[in-house]
Design a protein around this ligand. Structure first.
Ligand SMILES: [Zn+2]
Length: 84
């Protein structure tokens, strides 16, 4: 048995997530490959990092993501003329 050292969200939700895994939904699309996710049950937030893995959404990661999103939007803006 492992004892939780800390918990986020309410206890029942964390318990549920421990049993069944987090139920992440996309909370923000950063780029084609990078998205931010939030767990419906416990509210835990994660994001896709540079290596394509999910990692905890820290303020630093949010900062990086908003910069990426900005660059992504500008680049798409230039390419979008081809479509339509
Ligand atoms: Zn969860």
């Amino acid at each position: 048995m492992k004892t939780p050292t800390h918990h986020h969200g309410n206890k029942f939700s964390s318990f549920f997530c421990n049993l069944f895994g987090h139920h992440y939904v996309v909370s923000k699309k950063v780029t084609e490959h990078i998205k931010e996710y939030k767990c419906l049950h416990c509210g835990k937030e994660v994001t896709t990092d540079a290596s394509g893995q999910l990692s905890v959404l820290t303020p630093e990661m949010q900062d990086i993501n908003s910069t990426l999103a900005d660059m992504y939007r500008k680049r798409r803006g230039r390419q979008v003329q081809h479509v339509a």
